[in-house]
Design a protein around this ligand. Sequence first.
Ligand code: HEC
Length: 434
Amino acid sequence: MTRPSRSLTALAILAGLSARPDGASAAPRPGDLAQTVAAGEDGLEGPQPEADLNALIRLIADARDPGLRRDLLVGTLESLGGRRRMPMPSAWPSAAAKLADAPDAEARDLATRLALVFGDPDAFRHLRSVAADPAAPRADRVGAIEALARSRDDGLAPVLLGLLADPAVRAPALRGLAATDHEATPASILRAYPTLTPDERADAIGTLAARPGYALALIDAVGRGEVPRGEVPAAAIRALAGHTDSRVKEAMAKVWGAVRPSPAEKGDAIARLRRELTPEALARADRAHGRSVFARTCASCHKLFDAGGNVGPELTGAQRTNVDYLLANVVDPSAIVGNEYRVTVFETADGRVLSGIVRREDERSVTIQTATDLVQVPRSEVEARRPTAESMMPEGLLGTLGKDEVRDLVAYLAGPGQVPLPARADARAPGGGR
Ligand code: HEC
C-alpha cells in the first residue's frame, strides 16, 4: 500500500483553499500546510520535493485572498528559515513578478525575503538600493539592512560601511556588519567611533567583538586608549573572553588582565556596598539620576516600570525593594542562574563568535539572543557550540560605576515607581533606543 505523501496531501488541501478564499475555515492552518510542503516533510529526498515547492510557489503567486497569501508566505519562509540559500525553483521568476505587484506591503516584503533565499539577484539589488536611499522611509531601510544581513549578502559590507556616515541607519548598519567578514570593517568602524552615540558605540563594540580579526583591532584600540575601556560593555568583554583564537586570548590577557573577579572579591564587594547603602544613604539618593544610569547600564536587557529590553527578566515585579537581593544578583549573577539564561558560545563556519542565550532551536536552525541582537544561524553553519555555567547577566557591572551612580541606581531600582529622566545631555532615551 502506498500512502500519498504528506506534502502532496497538503498541496491538495491548499489548492482547494486558494480556489475558494472562504475556505479559510478548513481545519489545518495554510501556513502549517505550506511548511509541510516547503520543508519536504517526507524528507528533502522525498519523491519530488522540487515539484512540490514549485506547485506551492504557484499557489502563492495566484492566491487571491491576501490573508491566505500572507499565511502561505510566512509558512514557506518559516520552513526555509534555517537556510540562507537554495537553488532557485523554476516557478520563482514569474511568481516574483506577480508578487512585486501585490497591493499589500507585507506580502511584497515577505516575497523579497523568499527571493533572497533563492538568491534572486534582483532582490539583492533592490534591497541594497533601498538601504542606501536617504529618501526611503527609515523603517524600510532598516528592514532592508536586516534582510541583507540575515542572508549574508556578499556585497553587503561596502554598502553598510558607506552608511556609517548616516545617523538614520547607523545602528542597524553597525549590527549588520557582524554578518560578513570584510577586511575594511574594523578600521572603518573605529574611525567612525568618536562620532557615534552611546547606543551606537555599544553596537559598534558588539560587532567588533564578533570575529577574531575584528576583536584584535578592538582590543588594540582599547590598549591605545582610542576606545575608552569603561565604554566596553561587560557583555562585550565576556564575548571577547569567549574567543578560542590564541591571538585574541593573548591580547585580552595583555590589555585586560583577569576578566572575572574571584569569589572572594565578589563577597568583599557585596559586604562593602551593603555598608555603604544604608537606608539614610538611599534616602538622599537622586532617583532620576538612577534612572539614567539604569538606561545606560541595564535597560538594554531589562524592563523596569515601562521601559527596557527583554533579554533578561522584567524587574518590575522582582524583589526589587530588597537591597541584599539586588546586590547579590547584580554583583554575582552567575551564583544562581536558570538554565534558560545560561550563555552558550557559538562559532560559525565563517568565523563569527556569538555568545548569548538560545531562544529557539529546531532541526534547521538556532536563534541566539546576544546582548545587542537576535541572530538566527542555520545548524549547518554551527561549527562549535560551548555551553557555559555563566549567566547572560554580565558580572562587574557596578565596577564600572562611581559611588553616587551605584547609590542612585539602587534607590531607583528599589523605589515605588517610575521617575522622570533628568534633563541632561548624557541621559539616553529609556530602553536604549531599541
Ligand atoms: C546583557 C544583558 C543584561 C544586562 C546588561 C543586565 N542584566 Fe540583569 N539579568 C540578565 C539576565 C539574562 C538575568 C537572568 C539570569 C540571572 O538571574 O542571572 C538577569 C537577572 C537580574 C536580576 C535578578 C532578577 C530575578 O528575577 O531574579 C536582577 C535584580 C538584575 N538582573 C539586575 C540588573 C541590573 C541592576 C543591571 C544594570 C546594572 C542589569 N541587571 C544588567 C541580563 C542582563
